[in-house]
Design a protein around this ligand. Sequence first.
Ligand code: SF4
Length: 397
Amino acid sequence: MTQIVTFSELMRWVRCPASWRFRYQLRVKPRPPTPLTMSWGSLMHAAIERIRDGEDGRELIAPWLGERTDEAQRADQNPWNPMRDSADYVENAAALAKAARWHLDYYTAREVSRAYLHQALWLEQPFLVSVPDRSGRSRGDLWLLGVLDEVSMLEGDPCVVERKTTGVRDLRKFQTGLDHDVQVPGYAYAVQELLGLPRLPAVEYDVLRRGMPATPKLVGNGSKRSPYRLDFRVKDTTWGQAADHLARERRRLSLEEPDALWDEEKIQAYVDVLGGPASWQDRYQYEIRSQQVLEWQRTVTQVARSIRQAGRTPGHGVFADRSECSRWGCAYKEVCWAQGSWCGIDAFEACGYEIEEDNNPTRHREVYQGKPVLTTPALVKRAREMGLDAVEPARSR
Ligand code: SF4
């Protein structure tokens, strides 16, 4: 029998099998409020999609903040809610809304200048492909359903653009983590299959650091012993902010202290570092190696097998290693920690959790949300028979 898996399902299993069981087997909805990191990522994705369509993505910020505030107020009425500290939550959401505005202003300007380079082929495009076996041939029984952020034509060749929001403060660290990313090799493989390419397409990571850069601090007192320079906290600011701030301060101080001295060498060193990978928004060209596709295939196959086994024995619990438990922010922790990861649906109902209707076999609709799902011609008929009604063969477009 064919099994369809999505990246969110796979990643939930990898992070915690018990949380997978609650979400996908018992169909317990996570408690509001939505974790801010996740919700901010979705806001930025949606806003950037609008910008790429030539619209103003910033219009989405105010409704996003309104929804977060409502969610937090509802959660605050439940004393058991694991994320009920709505004062902090609302304050952080407001700070992130401000950051979203800063990022989108900057992004809009940047997109205008690079639009001629990338011609978008697909934006937020759902896809369905068959996972390859070890020899690289498509297998018939395991399919992957996902959404491609963007596929563009770059100098005549397709390029996968993957948008990431990250809390990592040092983007060099972020770059080293890319070698272990199992999602993007899967996307590159999907584009290769959908477009019938002879090799994996190019990949670009489009990265936004979560939050907003701080204005750099001017230090020193302008004397010979301590000339003015910028405080070397490169992780908290950007080149643009530093340059603007420097120009403003120089103008102001040239009137107030016309004899003040500036340490030009240190200022230049500061600006040079900001021009590197410590930026708040950046794009990385990345080459996916065939070894990474193999690793991706192995992970998907192993996790899908575990999910299938767990699905065959719905009465059994899925045990989680508590020492690995990332319960901070886990929407199920109040029940899981009181009753154990093998508890039944009644424990959640007693705590007032909402349980989803039985929506199989079309539970994956939430992934593609009404958009046509592109697939290879070989999968169209079977996918429609399985209830995925909106499938289209990719190469006929
Ligand atoms: S509380 Fe911990 S073990 Fe339980 S579902 Fe959440 S992350 Fe998993």
